[in-house]
Design a protein around this ligand. Sequence first.
Ligand code: CMC
Length: 428
Amino acid sequence: MSDVCKIELAGQTYELPVITGAENEKAIDISRLRQETGYITLDSGYGNTGSTESEITFIDGEKGILRYRGIAIEELAEKSDFVETSYLLIHGVLPNQQELSAFRDQLTYHSLIHEDMLRFFDGYPPKAHPMAILSSMVCSLSTYYSDSLDPNNIGQVQSIVPRILSKLRTIAAYSYKKSIGQPVIYPKNNLSYCANFLHMMFAVPSESYEVDPELEKTLNMLFILHGDHEQNCSTATVRIVGSSDANLFASISAGICALWGPKHGGANQAVIEMLETIHKGGGDVKEAMRRAKDRRDPFRLMGFGHRVYKNFDPRARVIKAACDRVLSNLGVQDPLLDLAKRIEEEALSDSYFLDKRLYPNVDFYSGILYRAMGIPTEMFTVMFALGRIPGWIAHWVEMKKNQERIGRPRQIYQGATNTSYIPIQERS
Ligand code: CMC
């Protein structure tokens, strides 16, 4: 017999169906609640609200489990590459050899942006944040595909998916080159997705550039770990923007803006800035802990805590394990890695962090790897965004396929009740 939830409101009993997920998660289906009772639910920050049923990503925050389409993140990080994982997220299954080759080719042959777009970069001030550039550029990209913007036309959507994946990588690298006053480096078709990005970032026309296989491997791993994370702030944004029938470019542009915030993807930049400040101040970990625990101090331990994980973030585990190996292979010694480890050790033996179940999240160690790879700090969140594109696309496509209604939460109004307009002469 399936579960039913009974609620009593104003003397009447109502029955609400209970939905069970594939991993036995339970939800009370309140979709008819307002219609039948006149009541709504109130859930600031949506900590108790499921906005959809999804087949893409499963997280068990208590056990520290993350799976894409049923496959454990640890296994994908070890055995897959970013293009294959993108295919898995977007299409729902691992590709066979032919499908994978065709997908790789699509990403390879759609890497250039319209040459006129290069001039767009000149309009930004030199210190423009690359997340602002990325978000505006993906929206601008839509203007070159005005015949492919119908969100309900599967053929049109399929044609822009590889273009978005490929061209955003080019835009990200160009924005970096522009910010440091170097000529942009065009993509090369003989390189893999990640190698091509590294080439566009670090090659200069006057020298030959060989992509270091260690960098390529590490980038694949980091992009895979960023690939999807179910209904997080940016993905929920992409879905809700798309639910109004806004096109995929516009929806992803909004997702990039949501990711930018330091409580979300912007945390990877904030972590390194925090570590640098602590390091420059003499590396006083205990003082940082004291401040993080002080409610009157806005300082938080960046890279710690998560809405869903109340145990180790499995992505943080994979990245931490890679840090020592990658830094040693690249011949990099970074005092910030030791500092980060000391902070983690201190936090995980402190009752404040243990009681609130605050563990390192994906952003705590990812910046150390990006730094070691030569990626500048202000590009870290762009790296997160590039990795998250397949997840955003997969969710947007799923939302369209399920013909979800426009996302439109309700509210409980607490403002002034019916009030008359006061002419300006009579106002105090
Ligand atoms: N340092 C110190 N205290 C913290 C921290 C932290 N990093 N994170 C949470 N807390 C405290 C918080 O003050 C609150 O205490 P109290 O119950 O006394 O009011 C309690 O822990 C619960 O925190 P919350 O803010 O209610 O939790 P949330 O689920 O709303 O927020 C979070 C989750 C990730 C925004 C938050 O933990 C945070 O701001 N962390 C630092 C930023 C960060 O690392 N973000 C990356 C998240 S993972 C990648 C991603 O999502 O993109």
